[in-house]
Design a protein around this ligand. Sequence first.
Ligand code: ZN
Length: 133
Amino acid sequence: MRKIEHIGIAVKDFTVSVPLFEKMLNTVCYKNETVAGEKVNTAFFKKGETKIELLESLEPDGVIAKFIERKGEGIHHIAFDVEDIEAEMQRMKKEGFVLLNEIPKQGADNKLVCFLHPKGTNGVLVELCQEIK
Ligand code: ZN
């Protein structure tokens, strides 16, 4: 793990939240991307080295919709930048962490991603992500 790559925030409605974050961060959303496999829309903001990813559900039964139902809007996950996702996944498994996917998945923003089960991480959903070169 090298650094926090981004923080993921679950929101109900981009038409409300994108302008809100643009106002708060005083910068425009630089990327919108749909990840159909995860049933989410994403919107990215950058402030210096820090990236924020807003997540909006495409379907009422998507993971983000379910998360908001249980916990309300707010911080959904913390993503760490890794150099070699396969090696990091192996290391995590050896340390006893439970991976939510055994094979890296295609994520937003040109990344391969893997999530760790929050039961093993004090309730924090952790995403490992590696830039696709
Ligand atoms: Zn993410």
